[in-house]
Every structure is written in C-alpha cells, then in structure tokens.
Design a protein around this ligand. Structure first.
Ligand SMILES: [Zn+2]
Length: 50
C-alpha cells in the first residue's frame, strides 16, 4: 500500500477489517470481509483465511 506521510489516514484503513482469503478451488487470493465470503473469481464458498 502507498503511505503518504502517515497521519490520520492510517486509522481509517485499520477500521476496515479486511481479511485475506484464499480460494481452495481456483487458488485465487483476495481480500474480503464479513461472514459469508465467496471467491470473486469462481464464486466458490470453499475459501480459507490465507
Ligand atoms: Zn475461486
């Protein structure tokens, strides 16, 4: 990620609880949030936290 001088911008980013996931079907790695996570590439629900 790009960091421009730090400051309050970093706080807003940390508020977003984005989790890194990996799809076990197609191997796609993506960031998502929430309880119901599906792969954006193949729409599979077979994903795990990377
Ligand atoms: Zn997938």
């Amino acid at each position: 990620m790009c960091s421009i001088g730090g400051g309050d911008f970093n706080i807003e980013i940390e508020k977003m609880e984005v989790t890194r996931y990996e799809c076990k079907d197609c191997g796609n790695k993506f960031d998502s949030m929430g309880e119901k996570v599906v792969c954006p590439s193949c729409l599979s629900e077979n994903v795990v936290v990377a």
